[in-house]
Write a protein of this length. Structure first.
Length: 277
């Protein structure tokens, strides 16, 4: 069974022509470079895999809505061709909104996080989402990385600090993520196996319900916003520089990290006082 990129390359002459062919294959290569898509068979995709890609390219790279829509068209076309060739039984039913509010929030406030966690209380059917929110907001890990957490990946250094060893990331390189008490508490509550509790359909349905009731139904609030939240917290509360934050988030360059950080007014005022001292 071919991967998405292998199939797109093989079928390219039948799908696109002229400049569209080259541009579409470039987009297909970008999609294939995300997470583990380079090795994943084309029949193994779920809607959430594609949603995560869309969230990432717009949040991390600042791509316009029209550019993301072109990615969506390319992905749909390749999957449709695979369906016609009976490599897959159906096209993954992902959705992508064509327009975004230009004032898309970049991070969650502490009050919002508290309300989000309270929404997914112990009696809620998707109580496990509370712990995913805690892990995401504290570490900045991507959803797929959170789902990969296992007891065997947790290690400690000579000073007793706990770390999560991510062996497969979006960039294809490993990294170590520090785990504080809050994060360890969330991981323990999930039995050191987040994926065991995860249900993709319930995840998206419950996130939409929570967003409507807690966050004013602002469609810019997605799970990936937790990654921005972690970067912003590290910069404003812990005064970490972009190089350190980039290492923790797994970014290859500072430019990407800067797009994740939103300086809060209080932090800017403190910086101003320091500069005047």
């Amino acid at each position: 069974m071919p991967t998405f990129l292998q199939f797109a390359q093989a079928e390219a002459p039948r799908l696109w022509h002229g400049q569209h062919l080259k541009r579409s294959l470039t987009k297909a290569a970008t999609f294939a470079a995300f997470s583990d898509h380079q090795t994943r068979e084309i029949s193994q995709y779920k809607p959430g895999d594609i949603h995560d890609f869309f969230d990432d390219i717009q949040a991390a790279r600042g791509l316009s809505d029209s550019t993301v829509n072109r990615y969506a068209a390319m992905i749909t076309k390749v999957f449709k061709q695979a369906e016609n060739g009976e490599l897959i039984t159906h096209v993954p039913k992902f959705t992508w909104r064509e327009t975004f509010d230009d004032a898309r929030p970049l991070y969650f406030t502490a009050q919002q996080l508290e309300a989000m966690c309270a929404y997914f209380h112990d009696e809620h059917p998707q109580w496990w989402m509370r712990h995913m929110i805690t892990i995401g907001s504290q570490t900045g890990m991507r959803r797929g990385e959170i789902l990969s957490i296992k007891r065997s990946l947790i290690t400690n250094d000579n000073d007793g600090n706990l770390w999560l060893h991510l062996t497969l990331t979006k960039n294809g390189s490993e990294r170590f993520v520090p785990l504080n008490k809050q994060v360890m508490g969330a991981i323990e509550a999930l039995d050191y196996d987040v994926a065991k509790h995860f249900d993709e359909h319930a995840f998206y349905r419950s996130w939409d319900h929570m967003r409507h009731q807690v966050l004013g139904n602002h469609k810019g609030y997605v799970f990936h916003t937790l990654r921005h939240t972690a970067a912003t917290r590290l910069a404003n509360e812990h005064k970490a520089n972009t190089a350190v934050i980039g290492m923790l988030l797994g970014h290859r360059c500072d430019t990407t990290t800067r797009k994740y950080i939103k300086a809060q007014p209080a932090a800017l005022q403190q910086l101003a006082r320091q500069l005047q001292a």
